[in-house]
Design a protein around this ligand. Structure first.
Ligand SMILES: [Zn+2]
Length: 370
């Protein structure tokens, strides 16, 4: 009786090409938003690479289209590797599931199904009903991590929220006189800058704007083309017209009417404490197709996001430096919790050394008992 399971060699090849598809997807470097990052490889009937491609940005061809076009006639009887389920809806051209069928592929290997409500298994169903052999779930963890912003957005309608802070070893984000530049070293700051580049929007509280007057623009290798939306939480509309952050690419979330230079004023309902409702703000950003939001503080803003259970991931940069002082602030203000059992616990931890600093990252289980 012939073996029904693929041999180890077949599985190694599948892993190799599925990993290649993820690497290709990553080359888009977050420029695809509000679309996912997708890479695709087509092997011909002899198992040789015939074409590959990735989705570069919204409006440009899908990864499968690029790979199938590159492979041409060699797609017939071949295999497609792609990190996300092929789409089932027509965009400017037929769906990728239809394109795979038309190309005469024999087999499609998909790392994860697409949570977008227009797909959700419809692409796989199309392939299957056309008699194409499908395999789903290879390297799924890696594929999910690659598109964690997109997945959160499609499942909840809100952006993935990353909270970032830099502090001394004794947990201070500034001295008692307010000096904070720079607690961490150059490598940490460069990494934090790359985080801005990855996110669709960056958020700070108005106190940070008043104290530090940040511009929050992004340069990566001299490229300033993709700028995240700058969001200021300013419940009482205290920001000055002359603040560097006030400009065309700025959204001021407030409960008050008013005008501030070229910035967009977004009036939102007030929460019980009179401040801007953060869930309402996240809903609005999600409606605008923002897949991700980087919350840079200050301490009151961080405290509010954590207290309301709105943070998905934390990046903490810890410098080997002691500041001390009861009045020197920590990364979270607010009232904090009374008991450890109520504290926010990170999971899936990662520790990296950046110069002399330590970077700690972790996810927050939003489904934890509160
Ligand atoms: Zn597609």
């Amino acid at each position: 009786m012939p073996a029904l399971n693929p041999t180890d060699r077949d599985r190694d090849l599948d892993l190799h090409w599925a990993a290649r598809a993820i690497d290709l997807a990553r080359q888009a470097d977050y420029a695809t938003s509000p679309n996912p990052m997708v890479g695709a490889v087509v092997l011909d009937a002899d198992g040789l690479r015939a074409g590959e491609g990735f989705h570069r940005q919204a409006g440009s061809p899908h990864a499968e289209e690029e790979a199938l076009a590159a492979a041409g006639e060699r797609s017939r009887g071949g295999t497609l590797y792609v990190n996300l389920e092929p789409c089932a809806h027509e965009h400017r051209s037929p769906s990728c599931a239809q394109a795979a069928i038309d190309a005469g592929l024999r087999r499609v290997v998909v790392s994860m199904s697409d949570p977008d409500e227009r797909v959700r298994g419809a692409g796989l169903a199309m392939l299957e009903s056309a008699g194409i052999e499908i395999s789903v779930g290879l390297l799924e963890d890696r594929a999910r991590k690659l598109n964690e912003f997109y997945i959160k957005h499609r499942l909840t309608g809100r952006p993935f929220v990353t909270a970032k802070f830099a502090m001394s070893l004794d947990g201070k984000i500034a001295t008692r006189t307010g000096e904070s530049r720079w607690i961490t070293g150059e490598e940490s700051r460069a990494h934090a800058h790359s985080l801005r580049h990855a996110h669709d929007a960056i958020l700070v509280g108005v106190n940070t704007v008043i104290a530090d007057d940040p511009e929050l623009t992004v340069r990566v290798n001299g490229d300033r083309s993709r700028q995240p939306l700058r969001v200021v939480v300013d419940s009482q509309l205290r920001i000055r017209q002359s603040a560097k952050i006030v400009g065309a690419n700025t959204l001021i979330a407030t409960t008050k009417p008013g005008r501030v230079g070229a910035a967009e004023i977004l009036r939102l309902p007030a929460a019980a404490d009179g401040r801007v409702s953060l869930p309402a703000l996240l809903d609005e950003l999600g409606n605008r197709g923002m897949l991700s939001l980087l919350v840079e503080g200050g301490a009151e803003v961080h405290a509010s996001f954590f207290a309301e259970g709105l943070v998905d991931k934390v990046f903490a940069y810890v410098a080997p430096r002691l500041i001390g002082g009861k009045e020197a602030p920590g990364p979270l203000a607010g009232n904090g919790v009374d008991h450890l059992v109520a504290s926010t616990q990170l999971r899936e931890l990662d520790f990296a050394r950046l110069g002399d600093d330590l970077m700690i990252t972790g996810y927050i289980d939003v489904h934890r008992d509160r």
